[in-house]
Structure formats: structure tokens, C-alpha cells
Design a binder for this molecule. Sequence first.
Ligand SMILES: Cc1cc2nc3c(=O)[nH]c(=O)nc-3n(C[C@H](O)[C@H](O)[C@H](O)COP(=O)(O)O)c2cc1C
Length: 218
Amino acid sequence: MENNTNERNLILDEIIQSRRSVRIFKDDKPLKKDIEDIIEAGMLAPYAAAAVGDNKDFRRFYVFEKGTDSIKTLALLMENKAAEGVKHFEGLISEKPYMKSKFQPFLNRLKMIGDKGIPGVSTAPYFIIIAELRGIPPAEQESLAHVLENMWLKTTALNLGFQLISLTSQMAEDEQLMKLLELPYGKYALNGCAIGYPETIPNPTPRPSTQKATKWMK
Ligand SMILES: Cc1cc2nc3c(=O)[nH]c(=O)nc-3n(C[C@H](O)[C@H](O)[C@H](O)COP(=O)(O)O)c2cc1C
């Protein structure tokens, strides 16, 4: 039993340590079964039971495949959302020029989307939107983060690549998209991720020293 526990622990450590944000994907499509297993891992993530109450329909998954009409529509709607963001931040900068250095990096990222499209959305073989029921008190964003982390780790275990596309969360306010997903407007929060075979495995990104960041309270 002890050996078995140790083996599980080592496997989990390896998966956590090798998780990466992959931003360039190969054209090859992962197996449908792998995508189904990744979604199952997301479904198994915790949910805010007290917030969603008796509603059993609190989580849904929408799988978009590269080249389909639905992903083309989604990409267009997300590009429009990014363009709205550009206008919003340009307005803020002209109203409050002293805030320019704070807003400019975000504005640049949104402008890049206008030029090159939404990264991951039309470049990865699969894009998955996750919808989580909004509750009282609001905890749906936290639940979505748990879903995505489970999916991310499962994707890693399957030697596939994963990219979080956080602009998706703003798409919950887009009536056209909610209609496409057949979800009631205002009732669900969204987030999304791109999945495919990684073109290359990115290097690990730096982290603060865990030892320095941790204080054992007396
Ligand atoms: C809340 C949140 C939102 C993120 N949004 C995006 C995103 O929209 N696009 C992206 O490529 N990566 C996104 N990331 C991934 C981070 O940029 C990434 O985790 C970080 O750079 C560390 O790299 P790693 O994931 O390879 O360890 C997001 C991460 C978090 C936690």
C-alpha cells in the first residue's frame, strides 16, 4: 500500500511539474476519446454546491473543432469583443493619460488579437468552452478555475498541450454567443481553453521561492 501511495504521489508531482501553457499547436487532431476524458476530468472538479443549490445542470462543455462553421463564428464574435476592449482602453487612456503605462500592455494585447486573430481559438484543433451556473453568493469563476485546472492536468497527463483563453470569460456577456450555446443570457459564466498536440514544449516559467513565500504561523 505504501509503495502504491508513493507511486501515485510521484506521478502527480510529475504531472503538476510538467504542466505548461502551450501556445503553438500541431495540425494533428487529438483522439476524440482523449478530449472526452479531459472533459470528464473537468466535470469531476469541485463545484460551489451551496451557491448553485438544487440545480443539477450547473456545468456544461462545448467542443469546437478547427475549420467548422461554429469555430469561425466564435472567432469572429471574440474578435469583436477584443475590438470593443480596444475602444474601451483607448477611451480610458485619452480620459486619464496618467494611467497610460498601466493600460497600454493590455491594450497592445487586444490590438494584436485584432491583427492576428484570437490565439488558440482558430489555431488549435480543439477549443472548449466551459459554462458554469452563476449562483448566490457568486462562486462560478472559482469553480471554472477548478474545472480548467483539472482539464489542464489531464491534458498534460495525455501528453497534449493546453492554452487558457481568458478572453472567453467576457463572452458570457455576448448575447449572440449565448444564443449559439443555447444558454439563457446572464445565467452562466464562461471560460475556455485550446487543446492540441504542442508544436514544442515550452520551458518552465519562473516562480518565487516557495520557501521564501511561505510563513508557518505561530
Ligand atoms: C487567470 C489566468 C488567465 C490566463 N489567461 C491566459 C490567456 O488568456 N492566454 C494565455 O495564453 N495564457 C493565459 N494564462 C496562462 C498564464 O499566462 C501562464 O500560466 C503563466 O504565464 C505561467 O506559465 P505556465 O502556465 O507555462 O506555467 C492565464 C493564467 C491564469 C491563471
